[in-house]
Design a protein around this ligand. Structure first.
Ligand code: SF4
Ligand code: SF4
Length: 457
């Protein structure tokens, strides 16, 4: 099985390199690299703090994702739709449906055989975690583009809330954190990141006063110039059991928390007297907004990696006309680290991730948006693997050296050193394996944990 192969590979590398790597690390520490970082951290943990670590630096432009004139609004078709079409083209009509039927049969067999990580309780844990997300649709229910239940200021007999942009940003960020955001930042609206279509309707920008969803289109008012970008931390205990139903529960929970968080924040903003559109994966690309809001950097995964939670986050956002101070992109040395690391690409069982030393403008399929620089992935291979393991995979998220519990101060020291001493990047990558990170944890053991997981950074 894939998880066993993955553990064997990691175990082999661990035995070969562990002792040498740790001795070398000791040499580096003795040479002063890490002590400098410890000293700068004040010798104290910083990850549990709301305040960002010193080594996360604000910059004027994102470190990766540079655009050319070719960049334009994306179709909005997601990988599920694209995979189905490509599968039919490559393997013939009905091939997708046959694959689905085989998958359902295989999963039932695994449940009957009580295969660890795929037993009935494992599967239903995942189903329960997805509940809120699966009950949403763009522009309706929790993701309504107009108010659900909150009273307007006029109904309460007061005027709309006003404050300087910096104070407004603080107020909105505080509310977002209360509702579940692990990280939150403000980016300017960029029409280029908004999908062309969804639910068979156009998404258009108009000189309207309020957002609207009609029979023919989704209307975003041009006054919506602010995007509250949010990262929801995933449950690392569950994610470390990927690719199983337990790993998929981490994904489902992240999405359901996202839906709750953006719905609550949109109501809060409407209650202050402004317009708000909550969005999870729908309506627009989440990653470029998150990069511009300073939530993290674009990585070799072609996904966001955050300094605090690595790539183990789900992204969501709220568009609004509430004026707030914008945040800046950040640089914590990730792109340089990714050049040498490649651990996600090595861990990926489908070969979907790039091994190229340098990012480029060369896309790998219709799922990639042309006209920006990145390490592009083969989403067809990735999704094909999902079909084989019956759930979303997530191995790459779990394997990234930045995916660590935020409370562990030693990880902050390593991340801090990586941000200022790129020469140590390769070593930290080896140490990560040597210390056993990225190995799949025993699925059965999750159920007997005391207390059960739920640590969200
Ligand atoms: S989720 Fe996709 S890209 Fe990531 S490890 Fe699994 S197959 Fe590879
Ligand atoms: S595993 Fe390594 S190469 Fe991949 S995203 Fe994380 S730091 Fe970058």
């Amino acid at each position: 099985m894939q998880g066993v192969d993955r553990n064997n590979n990691v175990e082999r590398e661990r035995k070969q390199t562990g002792r040498r790597a740790l001795l070398t690390a000791a040499g580096l520490i003795a040479a002063g690299g890490v002590p400098a970082a410890i000293s700068a951290l004040g010798g104290k943990p910083s990850g549990g703090s709301r305040k960002r670590a010193w080594w996360v630096k604000a910059v004027d432009r994102p470190t990766l994702g540079q655009k050319t004139g070719q960049f334009k609004r994306f179709s909005g078709d997601n990988i599920f739709v694209i995979y189905r079409q490509l599968k039919a083209q490559r393997d013939g009509a009905g091939s997708f449906e046959a694959e689905q039927a085989a998958k359902t049969k295989r999963l039932a067999g695994w449940m009957r055989d009580r295969k660890p990580g795929f037993r009935l309780p494992d599967h239903q844990l995942s189903e329960g975690a997805w509940t809120l997300m699966k009950s949403t649709e763009p522009g309706a229910g929790l993701l309504s583009w107009t108010r659900i239940a909150v009273n307007t200021p006029a109904e309460l007999g007061v005027g709309r809330h006003t404050a300087p942009p910096e104070e407004m940003a603080k107020t909105v960020k505080a509310a977002a954190r209360l509702y579940g955001a692990g990280l939150v930042g403000i980016a300017p609206m960029n029409e280029g990141y908004v999908n062309l279509r969804q639910e068979k309707k156009d998404i258009v920008f108009e000189d309207a006063e309020v957002p609207a969803v009609t029979d023919k289109k989704f209307v975003i008012p041009r006054t919506m110039k602010w995007v509250v970008s949010i990262a929801i931390p995933m449950d690392l205990d569950l994610l470390s059991r990927a690719p199983t139903s337990l790993g998929d529960a981490a994904t489902g929970l992240g999405y359901s928390h996202s839906a709750f968080t953006v719905a609550s924040l949109a109501e809060f903003i409407r209650g202050l007297g402004y317009q708000a559109i909550p969005s999870v994966n729908d309506t627009a690309l989440s990653v470029p907004f998150a990069v511009e809001a300073g939530i993290g950097e674009l990585s070799r995964l072609n996904k966001l990696v955050t300094p605090e939670f690595g790539p183990a986050v789900r992204l969501c956002k709220v568009f609004t006309d509430l004026p707030m101070a914008y945040d800046k992109p950040v640089d914590f040395g990730l792109v340089e680290f990714c050049r040498k690391c490649k651990k996600c690409a090595e861990s990926c069982p489908s070969g979907a991730l790039s091994f190229d030393d340098e990012p480029s403008f060369k896309t790998r399929g219709p799922w990639n948006n042309p006209g920006h620089k990145a390490w592009f992935e083969d989403s067809y291979l990735c999704f094909q693997h999902w079909q084989q393991v019956d759930n979303g995979c997530g191995i790459c998220l779990a394997s990234c050296p930045y995916t660590k519990a935020a409370q562990a101060w030693i990880h902050d020291v390593v991340k801090a050193t990586a941000s200022v001493a790129p020469a140590a990047d390769g070593l930290f990558r080896i140490m990560d394996n040597a210390l056993g990170y990225g190995r799949q944890h025993d699925p059965e053991q999750w159920w007997t944990r005391d207390p059960p997981s739920g640590a969200r950074g």
